[in-house]
Design a protein around this ligand. Sequence first.
Ligand code: HEC
Ligand code: HEC
Length: 192
Amino acid sequence: MRLAAITILGGLMLAGGTPAFADDPVEGQKVARMCQTCHGIDGLARMPIAPNIGGEPKEYLEAQLMAFKTGAREHEMMTVVASTLSAQQISDVAAWYASHTASASLPAGTSEDEAPSECVSCHGIDGISIALNAPNLAGEANTYIVTQLRAFRIGTRKHEIMSEIAAKLSDEQIRQFADWYSKVNLQITREE
Ligand code: HEC
Ligand code: HEC
């Protein structure tokens, strides 16, 4: 569903002549060398505290990198990384990771009915997000999901939708939802 939306958007941008932001995924691949120890060159995370970023929407990746750069979102590693990047490099590296495709499969023996009904409308049953501005949760490390939900809950990370949702979650719910999405199998691929 999201792919279809992206294809339509891409088509509109092409039809309109100049895309909203000029970006170059090939240049972005060079920038991604700075990211690969933690996020992998394809965006499959190499450490539990770092999220998978391959196949996320370009707008989402760019917005998060700009948030780290401006201080709207803070993290000891990412704040440093983002501060060294220009807006052009951010646009390019976001385009590189967005040029990948994320797909997911539920582990054997799980039923779709167990998926958290509070989350699936945006993040999908398998954690491949349906809403364009929402990131994938499929296969994120349990600890990453828990950390982000707690950050939204206490206000150290802010977002009009997620802050409100997280404010109402108990520790037990946070644990359950993190368990569900973290056990999904994630694949990240890229067509050359
Ligand atoms: C030393 C490890 C490290 C390096 C290098 C690194 N990151 Fe990160 N990145 C992290 C961690 C850890 C987080 C999670 C931050 C948090 O908990 O808020 C993160 C978060 C992010 C996010 C937010 C994703 C989301 O789902 O919200 C993006 C986007 C991102 N990194 C992109 C990059 C890019 C692009 C580079 C290279 C230019 C890079 N990172 C380099 C460790 C790293
Ligand atoms: C109405 C849509 C919507 C619903 C419902 C929703 N989310 Fe989100 N979620 C978002 C959006 C949009 C973001 C991106 C926030 C940002 O830009 O910082 C997000 C971000 C997140 C993140 C951060 C992921 C990352 O990569 O950094 C987590 C974790 C998360 N949501 C978990 C949940 C859980 C668990 C539920 C169910 C209780 C839920 N969300 C329900 C829209 C939604």
